[in-house]
Design a protein. Sequence first.
Length: 228
Amino acid sequence: MRRKQFLRYSAMAFGAAALAPWLTACGGGGDSLASTTTAFTPTTSTLAAAPKSTAVLSQEEIAGLKFMREEEKLARDVYVALFNVWGAKVFSQIALSETTHTETILGLLTKYGIADPAVGKAEGVFEDPNLQALYNTLIAIGHPTLMDALKVGALIEETDIRDINVRKAVTNEADILQVYDSLLCGSRNHLRSFNSQLLNQGVAYLPQVITQAEWDAIANAPAETCGK
């Protein structure tokens, strides 16, 4: 067994890339996941511009939406890159979902007349310097082995759950809360997918961001039908 470097984050957001120990694998195996050698790039859609709301958002609400727009983009971009390295379909499938997530947030930015921090940004490019550094670090962590890449996916999803809940706590806007709840549902399902793939590889993942009790409650529950 060998130890790898892992990331720790600030309590409010993806923070600077401070490293902590990777979970050591209890056993392992080859890549038994379905794979393909074709490079993957998700197709983005353009949301119809909704009328700007007259509601006045707080600076915390605005900052939260802008951050989540880029954080969901980060998840999508990391999964696209890791799919192109490993060919594991779990990455391409979840990348498509993350594309929907980031564009759903874009719909709220448009509605409230908030500047889009991701406009014109290529894959792997971010306005937030912490997210830029994080993306670069996650890509490096996910390259050595498939198990490392799957751990990156699990880390992204547990952090996403934490960060969405933080943003939910600072808004009372029904449309924003509805979107955040939908994103949370998707992230819980993504967490389950990565956990399942890791277990298939003989790896018991230890959560780094949420508590073990929170992880177990999500990972051991059946997949949800989001938005229903």
